[in-house]
Design a protein around this ligand. Structure first.
Ligand SMILES: Nc1ncnc2c1ncn2[C@@H]1O[C@H](COP(=O)(O)OP(=O)(O)OP(=O)(O)O)[C@@H](O)[C@H]1O
Ligand SMILES: [Mg+2]
Length: 318
C-alpha cells in the first residue's frame, strides 16, 4: 500500500489534485481511497457528491472518506480518558473527568485526533493499493505531520523521568521505607507500559511517514506567496525525513492574446515558474492551466488528470 499526501497553501488545488490523481490511478486498475483530513471539507463537493458520511464508494475501486473532525476529537478524548483512568487507578481521588473536559479545549487536540485518524485509516485499509490524504492548508498539515516526531522526543524524556521516579522508589524501599502498593520496577509499572505503547504508536507512524512508499506532493499556484509557503513546507517535510517528490503548479494562466491588465500578473507567473523549476529541480513538476470551468465531478477530474500524467507515472514508479 502506498500513501500520497497533498500539501500546499489554501485554495491552490490540493483537493482537486488528490481526487483527480485518485481517479487516474483507479482508471489504471488500482484500488484507491481518498481521505480528506481537512476540517473544512470539500472533497465531496469536488466530486459533486450528495451523500458523504463515512466511507463513500464513488466508482468501483474508488472510495472517499471525509473525516468528521468533531467526532475524531470525541473519539480521541474517550481513548485518552480510558487510558488515564486505567493507568492511574490509584489516583481515583482526582476528578479525572474534569481534566478531560479541560483537555477537550486544549491546543493541539485537533492535530492529535487527526493523526489518530490517519493511523486508524491506514491500518484499516491496508488492502488498498493507494491511500491519498487531502490535507488542510500548510500550517495545520505540518503540525499534524510533525506530531509523531515531537511526540517521540517528549515520550523519551517522560520515560527518563519515570525511570528516575522508579529508581528513587527502589532506593527508598531498600532502606526500609514503607511505600505501600506502588510499582517499583519498569516491568510492573502501568505508566511505563503506557509510555512504551505510545512510543510504539509514534514509531509506527514515523515508519509510515518516512517510508519509501509514502510521498508528499506539493500543490501551488504560480504566485509568490504559495511558492514561499511551498518552499517552507518542503524544507520542513524534508527535515523530518518525509519524501516530497512531486509538484503541481496549478492555475497557470495561458492567454490566447495579450491582455494589458494582466501584464504584471503574467510576469509574476513567469518569474515564479522559473523559480519553481530551480528550487524543486529534483522533483517531477507538472503544470495545470487555469481552466475555464472549475474541475468538479468525475469527468472534469479525468480531464484534469491529463495534465498531471507524469505525476501519475512518478507515483506508480516509486
Ligand atoms: N486548474 C484549475 N482551474 C480553475 N479552477 C480550479 C483549478 N484547480 C482548482 N480549481 C478550483 O479552485 C478552487 C480551490 O480548489 P481546491 O478546493 O482543490 O483547493 P484546496 O487547495 O484544496 O483548497 P483548501 O485549502 O480550501 O482546501 C475550487 O473551486 C476548484 O474547483
Ligand atoms: Mg482542500
Amino acid at each position: 500500500m502506498k500513501i500520497i499526501i497533498t500539501v500546499g497553501k489554501g485554495g491552490v488545488g490540493k483537493t482537486t489534485t488528490a481526487a483527480s490523481l485518485g481517479i487516474a490511478l483507479r482508471d489504471r486498475g488500482y484500488s484507491v481511497l481518498v481521505v480528506s483530513l481537512d476540517p473544512a471539507h470539500n472533497l465531496g463537493d469536488v466530486l459533486n457528491l450528495k451523500s458523504r458520511s463515512g466511507k463513500v464508494k464513488v466508482l468501483d475501486n474508488y472510495e472517499i472518506i471525509e473525516v468528521d473532525v468533531d467526532e475524531a476529537v470525541r473519539k480521541y478524548l474517550d481513548e485518552v480518558s480510558l487510558m488515564i483512568k486505567s493507568t492511574f487507578k490509584h489516583l481515583s481521588v482526582l476528578n479525572i473527568d474534569k481534566y478531560i473536559d479541560i483537555l477537550s479545549n486544549a491546543p493541539g487536540v485537533e492535530e492529535h485526533a487527526l493523526m489518530s485518524e490517519f493511523k486508524r485509516i491506514i491500518e484499516e485499509n491496508d488492502d488498498k493499493d493507494f491511500i491519498i490524504f487531502d490535507m488542510p492548508p500548510t500550517g495545520l498539515s505540518l503540525r499534524i505531520l510533525s506530531l509523531p516526531f515531537i511526540h517521540k522526543s517528549w515520550l523519551m524524556e517522560l520515560k527518563n523521568l519515570r525511570k528516575a521516579i522508579l529508581d528513587r522508589r527502589r532506593m527508598l524501599k531498600n532502606i526500609g521505607e514503607e511505600l505501600g502498593d506502588v510499582p517499583i520496577d519498569e516491568s510492573s509499572d502501568p505508566v511505563m507500559r503506557e509510555l512504551d505503547n505510545m512510543l510504539k504508536e509514534c514509531e509506527f507512524l514515523i515508519g509510515k511517514l518516512t517510508s519509501r512508499d509514502t510521498m508528499c506532493i506539493l500543490v501551488l499556484a504560480p504566485e509568490t506567496l504559495p511558492l514561499l509557503e511551498a518552499e517552507r513546507a518542503f524544507r520542513k517535510l524534508s527535515s523530518l525525513g518525509i519524501s516530497v517528490r512531486g509538484c503541481v503548479v496549478n492555475k497557470v494562466l495561458k492567454l490566447r492574446e495579450h491582455v494589458p491588465e494582466l501584464k504584471s500578473k503574467i510576469e509574476e507567473q513567469e518569474r515564479c515558474l522559473n523559480e519553481i523549476k530551480k528550487v524543486f529541480k529534483d522533483m517531477t513538476i507538472v503544470e495545470v492551466p487555469f481552466l475555464e470551468q472549475e474541475p468538479r465531478g468525475v469527468d472534469a477530474l479525468r480531464r484534469y488528470a491529463n495534465y498531471i500524467d507524469s505525476l501519475v507515472d512518478l507515483v506508480l514508479r516509486s
